[in-house]
Design a protein around this ligand. Structure first.
Ligand SMILES: [Zn+2]
Length: 338
């Protein structure tokens, strides 16, 4: 710590940690997109400096289609995966479970297996260059049908791709309504086949979405989950089952879920005994990185070194990394102090 009791960004960079809630679609680099657009003869929606300044959700979704549309070759997808690992290394993040949602990747519709192979090639090349290892969480979109969800799971089960660690579901629950019952069968099949489950809930849905994630989708981990705090019984359920939340402070603030960190519930949840980790969600789009997120939460609630280590330990334990990676990270963490 510095003499005024605050920690430097560098000490959070040095903190051994994993990231468990981050979307590959939220990690596109403007410079890369500009190059691809030029090569394809496709116009930029706006200049590079303002490429990630969005005018509402529709504008953001349009950008996502445009960016994923440019990632239309195996090499570009692999380059995106490799760039993601470089970003992890720059943040001092030593392992990540990254979410991709195949519905966004228009050039790869009907070719999800090839998309996964292309991503895998980029992650494997990164690991050879001693960049951090990554597991893939393949995500359903909340607006998909029950049959589409089951089809994806059946494919994942047949492929048993070694890079794929989990089934995920994301998308706007406020727009899609209650979808736990719709996806219950797909998640049941995923669990039966040994796939882990991570579920976006308790952000665009309230605490009832968190309960559905636990009870209907047998979530091993919940992405966001912060609105669980609105119902003591849901908080108790998370504590009793030991289900970790992948919390993204800047993302919640940017969507105005909370006006400031003063009212952000991460500390209330942590003190209630819920396992919480700190994550970026969409770092490129939000202009953030993992050390900055730790700094934000830690400064807001005056976290001691011991609490920071506890949160980082949760990120490691909650990840779907293999036992060797977890053991290495846990032992490195013991030596950290700010
Ligand atoms: Zn997310």
């Amino acid at each position: 710590m510095t003499s005024d009791g605050t920690r430097s960004r560098e000490s959070f960079r040095a903190l051994p940690k994993a990231e468990v809630h981050v979307h590959l679609e939220g990690c596109f680099e403007p410079a890369t997109l500009e190059t691809w657009a030029r090569q394809a003869g496709v116009p930029m929606p706006r200049p590079r400096e303002r490429l990630l300044s969005f005018d509402g959700l529709a504008d953001f979704l349009e950008f996502l289609d445009w960016a994923c549309g440019l990632a239309n070759t195996r090499d570009r997808v692999a380059e995106t995966a490799y760039g993601f690992c470089r970003r992890l290394a720059a943040d001092g993040t030593r392992y990540a479970d990254v979410i991709i949602n195949p519905t966004h990747w228009a050039p790869w519709q009907g070719r999800t297996r090839e998309l996964i192979d292309a991503l895998d090639a980029g992650f494997a090349a990164a690991e050879e260059d001693e960049l951090p290892p990554v597991g893939l969480c393949i995500s359903l979109l909340r607006t998909q049908t029950a049959d589409e969800a089951i089809d994806l799971v059946e494919d994942l089960v047949v492929w048993r791709h070694p890079r794929v660690v989990a089934l995920s579901v994301d998308g706007n629950e406020a727009a899609a309504g209650r979808t736990g019952p719709r996806f219950a069968e797909a998640f049941r099949r995923a669990a039966a086949a040994g796939l882990r489950r991570t579920v976006h809930a308790g952000e665009s849905s309230g605490p009832e979405g968190v309960r559905d994630a636990v009870e209907l989708l047998s979530a091993d981990r919940i992405d966001h989950g912060v609105r669980a705090v609105e119902d003591d019984r849901v908080v108790a359920l998370l504590v009793e089952r030991g289900i970790p939340l992948g919390i993204c402070p800047s993302s919640n603030l940017s969507l105005k879920l909370y006006a400031s960190m003063d009212t952000h519930p991460i500390e209330r949840l942590r003190q209630a005994g819920v396992r919480v980790s700190v994550n970026t969600d969409d770092p490129s789009l939000l202009g953030t990185n993992l050390p900055a997120e730790y700094e934000l939460a830690s400064a807001a609630f005056g976290w001691s070194d011991e609490i920071v280590r506890d949160v980082a330990r949760t990120s490691i334990d909650a990840s779907f990394a293999n036992a060797d990676v977890k053991a290495q990270l846990t032992s490195a963490l013991a030596g950290w102090g700010s």
